[in-house]
Design a protein around this ligand. Structure first.
Ligand SMILES: NC(=O)c1ccc[n+]([C@@H]2O[C@H](COP(=O)([O-])OP(=O)(O)OC[C@H]3O[C@@H](n4cnc5c(N)ncnc54)[C@H](OP(=O)(O)O)[C@@H]3O)[C@@H](O)[C@H]2O)c1
Length: 274
């Protein structure tokens, strides 16, 4: 058993459900030690029936009976939640927040006590237990809190730890990343259709090729550059395609896109905290 035995989620939406499913299937917490709080009665009823979990519409009640308070509301609702429960939080509890762009100092500023806060940037593959989450600790959190949060987030995938100043940069890769890969697959499918394939086979070829390539990246000790060279023979078909990528300066545009996403995350954080 861990030091923290009771867990509540404030905000019982998609990410909460993904984590709940992961936690239950890994038996990290007994389901009777978890309580979900949300403003949507119907949503709570659905989760109660599906997972046999306790629910409440009273955030304060959930916070009072829990050791770990998981903030899983949208970033624009976090201030309302903090106004409601911030002063109730105690230093023997621990907060884990997945609200994108909300710094730990903002959360800490609503609290009377020195409450440990861990900020997390997960991503949507959490819904399929295949996330990569990035964790950072706040002013009052120590390695015990960080390790506990790491174990908890491991229920929905891989976890890495970074200094908080790099959260927005990480989010530009892992948070937005699924959209980049879907966009690339979408483009490959359209391109496949343009050279005579039907949509279904084009999609199957593109998706399975991506999956196989990811497996190669994970299981071989070769770099992406070496693996790319292995399929790029002189004067061949792959180089003919890659030359077009180079002409379109795709690499440059990817760099600019990641910078734009990082800057936007910073702007949004500032707006949310006004
Ligand atoms: N989904 C992603 O791709 C993703 C990836 C990384 C991180 N995140 C972060 O994860 C968090 C949750 O995202 P999500 O997609 O799970 O959101 P979601 O599905 O909208 O869930 C949030 C839930 O919280 C409820 N809520 C709003 N105000 C509340 C309050 N004062 N007290 C209690 N519950 C309240 C919402 O109800 P209403 O709908 O009625 O407002 C909704 O049911 C966000 O902060 C997001 O930034 C999401």
């Amino acid at each position: 058993m861990h030091d923290f035995n009771k867990l509540c989620f404030i905000g019982a939406g998609n990410m909460c459900e993904a984590l709940l499913a992961g936690i239950i299937s890994s038996k990290f917490f007994p389901v009777e030690n978890i309580i979900l709080s949300d403003i949507r009665k119907q949503r709570l009823k659905y989760l109660e029936e599906k997972y046999n979990v306790k629910t409440t519409m009273d955030n304060k009640e959930a916070v009072k009976v829990s050791d770990i308070i998981f903030f899983s509301v949208k970033p624009q609702n976090i201030a309302t939640v903090l106004e409601e429960v911030g002063e109730l939080l105690r230093s023997d509890q621990m907060v884990i927040s997945i609200a994108v762009g909300i710094p730990t100092y903002f959360i800490e500023s609503y609290m009377k006590e020195e409450v440990p806060v861990i900020r997390v940037m997960p991503n949507t593959p959490a819904l399929f237990q295949s996330a990569i989450s990035v964790l950072s600790k706040g002013k009052y959190a120590n390695d015990k809190h960080l390790n506990f949060a790491r174990e908890l987030l491991s229920c929905v995938g891989d976890v890495d730890i970074l200094p908080e100043k790099l959260q927005n940069a990480a989010a530009a890769i892992n948070g937005c990343g699924p959209a980049y890969f879907f966009y690339f697959i979408e483009s490959l499918v359209d391109a496949g259709i343009s050279v005579g394939l039907n949509k279904d086979i084009a999609k199957k070829l593109a998706v399975q090729t991506m999956e196989g390539s990811v497996k190669m990246l994970k299981e071989s000790d070769k770099s992406p550059t070496e693996l790319r060279r292995m399929v790029t023979s002189p004067g061949g078909t792959t180089i003919a395609a890659l030359e077009q990528f180079e002409k379109g300066a795709i690499r440059y545009h990817i760099l600019k896109a990641i910078k734009a996403a990082t800057n936007r995350a910073e702007e949004l954080s500032k707006q949310l905290m006004k």
